[in-house]
Every structure is written in structure tokens, then in C-alpha cells.
Design a protein around this ligand. Structure first.
Ligand code: GLN
Length: 355
């Protein structure tokens, strides 16, 4: 008898070694990142997912709070071929079930072939395969988490005083901390507003830029953020990262769709169509902008599958990225996105109100 079971939507039940006890469920996804487990586990975009690391040894350089992207672990459970004691201690402190000593190559192959799937996990001395199956039976699909923003957003506005380069209204759909840091480093002041902020809430902070953050789940479930883009596009520059790009596209006549297994890792190649330059990027997404609509132009594409990685409308001052230009933990190739966003403020291309 094993002390850990993973029940998959394809009907299989996989035995594993239990590292942190508990029972849970979520969408089973994998990341190919070989570093950055502290950043991945604290990335709010993993809310309601079960994260499998394809790299076999996770935890080998410890756990440091200064690397965290938020104040807690977001995946509902963690899976690796082998977790170190350091990371097990952290997962245990936060009550996040964890399993190892299973064939993660096989799991990743199944997800690649069959797509991201629901799963159930049961870990502990007395668990049975039926316990994992019972969790699976209660697992919702990602798009069924219709108010997932509430699980990850700030409840009330917060301000991070930086310099006077720009005042940014960052709509927190589950923002990574390093997005705020990247803006502060460039002398901006950042107002972090709840995911369901109204146009009046945005007006109250008198921003120079409307910035929609990354976040978990189906972008179609972020109607309030979409409404903000609709309300302010043309009056303010608009920027977005990951879920932010998807929300901007949905607001401006485009559409999003679910990918088979998504992009999660730190070496996703992206080509800038104007310069031809390819950069390596950090990614974590399971949806993509299938149709950018009439108002947005695709400026960057994923080299592996051609999906939209950057969108723009120069006249309206809109610029977005599907990947994570804040580059935590990954390559720093794309940090200039934040300069480009702040340049929209100084050139003021979009601002119709000429104050
Ligand atoms: N990192 C993100 O913002 C992810 C966006 C969205 N939840 C997706 O999976 O595509």
C-alpha cells in the first residue's frame, strides 16, 4: 500500500510517496522550469492548479522569502520526482499537499498528449485510491472558477510610492510582486487596485497608465477588468501582462481560447516581428489570444507554436505581453517592456484629455 495517490481525468490512478499529507484537487499542469520553484509556487496564476515540475530535483537551493512573488503558495498541490527536505518543510508549513517518487516524465507525456486535465490527490497514512478519485470527482474545470479573481486580489487599494515617472493603476487580478517591483525600479508610483475595481476607483487615483496584471483561470471571468479597458482605452495608455493581454484582447474585440497544455517554463522563445529578434521568456499560461480582433496587431509570436506573445495599438497607446517580462525567475531579455510602457506616458500618444 502506498501513502499517496493521484487520480487523473484519463482514468488512471498513480501511486506516489506522500511528502505533505492532505486531500485536494485541481487542474494538472507542468512547468519545464529548472530553476525558480520559489517564484512558481508563489505565482498567483497557479491558483486552483496542481503543479508538476518536469525537472527532477526541486528544492536544491533552499527556500528564500525574498524570492516569493506573493505571500503564499498558490498551487493546490505540488508534484516532483524528488523534493528536498527544505521545500517539503515549506509546503508543510503552508498545508499544501505534496507527492514525489513517481514517474513525472510519464505524467508530463500524458498532459502533452491529452492536455491539461483534472486530477485528485490523497496523501496520508490511511488513504486509498478511492479517496483520490473522490477528489477528482469534485474537481471543477478552470473556467468554472468564475470568481477566481477574489481568491488572489487585494481586498482594498494599496499604494507603493515610487517616483514621479508615472502613476500606474495596476489592476490586481493576481499580480506577481515583481511586476510592482519592475515599475518601482523605473521610478513609477503604483496603485494596486482590486480585480473588480470600477472606472471610478481608477479615476480616484488619477493614473497615467491602466495596467492589467497576470492572474489565474479563464480570462473571460474577468469582466470588471475588461470593462476598465473599455472605459479608458484612448484616454489612457493601457498595458497588460499574461492574463492582462488576454483581458485587453477580449475588451477590444478579440477572443481567447484554451490551449491544450499551455506554456509553463523559463525558456520559451519569442520572436519580435519588427526586429526579427528572438528572446527567451518566462511563461505560465493555459489560455491564448486566438483572435486579436480588428484593433490590435500581433507584434510578437511564440517561435514554437506561433501563438500571440505581444499585441499593440500604437494610436491608442496599447501594449501587452503574453509572457512575463518582469522575468522572475527567468531570463532578463524582455525587461524593456516596462520602459516601453512608461514611454507611452512620456510621449502621451494616447491621452485624449490634454491636461
Ligand atoms: N500567468 C497568467 O496571467 C495566466 C493567465 C491565464 N490564467 C492563463 O492561464 O492563460
Amino acid at each position: 500500500m502506498s501513502d499517496a495517490y493521484l487520480a487523473l481525468e484519463d482514468g488512471r490512478v498513480v501511486e506516489a510517496r506522500g511528502r505533505v499529507s492532505g486531500r485536494t484537487r485541481g487542474e494538472l499542469v507542468f512547468t519545464t522550469a529548472y530553476t525558480g520553484y520559489e517564484e512558481s509556487l508563489t505565482d498567483p496564476s497557479y491558483e486552483e492548479q496542481v503543479l508538476t515540475f518536469s525537472y527532477p530535483l526541486i528544492g536544491n537551493y533552499g527556500v528564500r522569502e525574498e524570492r516569493f512573488e506573493s505571500d503564499r503558495i498558490h498551487p493546490r498541490a505540488a508534484i516532483a520526482r524528488e523534493f528536498t527536505e527544505d521545500i517539503v518543510e515549506w509546503l508543510d508549513d503552508e498545508g499544501v499537499p505534496a507527492i514525489d517518487h513517481l514517474d513525472t516524465r510519464d505524467l508530463v507525456t500524458a498532459i502533452r498528449e491529452e492536455g491539461a486535465m483534472k486530477c485528485g490527490i490523497a496523501v496520508g497514512p490511511d488513504v486509498t485510491p478511492e479517496d483520490a478519485k473522490a477528489e477528482l470527482a469534485n474537481c471543477k474545470g478552470m473556467s468554472e472558477h468564475t470568481d477566481i479573481g477574489a481568491q488572489v486580489s487585494v481586498d482594498d487599494p494599496e499604494v507603493h510610492e515610487g517616483g514621479s515617472a508615472a502613476t500606474v493603476a495596476l489592476i490586481d487580478c493576481g499580480a506577481k510582486g515583481s511586476i510592482v517591483e519592475s515599475l518601482l525600479e523605473r521610478d513609477a508610483t503604483v496603485h494596486v487596485l482590486p480585480y473588480d475595481a470600477t472606472p471610478d476607483d481608477v479615476a480616484a487615483v488619477d493614473p497615467d497608465v491602466l495596467f492589467i496584471s497576470n492572474g489565474p483561470g479563464d480570462p473571460e471571468n474577468f469582466a470588471a477588468a475588461e470593462g476598465l479597458v473599455d472605459a479608458y482605452v484612448g484616454d489612457l495608455p493601457v498595458a497588460g501582462i499574461c492574463l492582462g493581454q488576454q483581458v485587453v484582447a477580449n475588451a477590444l474585440g478579440g477572443s481567447t481560447e484554451k490551449m491544450a497544455f499551455g506554456h509553463r517554463g523559463v525558456n520559451q522563445p519569442v520572436r519580435d516581428l519588427a526586429s526579427g529578434r528572438v528572446v527567451m521568456t518566462t511563461q505560465n499560461h493555459g489560455y491564448t489570444v486566438g483572435d486579436p480582433g480588428d484593433q490590435l496587431t500581433v507584434t510578437q509570436v511564440n517561435v514554437n507554436d506561433g501563438t500571440a506573445e505581444g499585441l499593440e495599438n500604437e494610436d491608442l497607446g496599447v501594449i501587452t505581453r503574453q509572457y512575463h517580462p518582469e522575468a522572475n525567475p527567468g531570463p532578463h531579455d524582455s525587461l524593456d517592456f516596462f520602459d516601453d510602457v512608461l514611454d507611452l506616458v512620456s510621449t502621451d500618444t494616447a491621452v485624449a484629455t490634454s491636461d
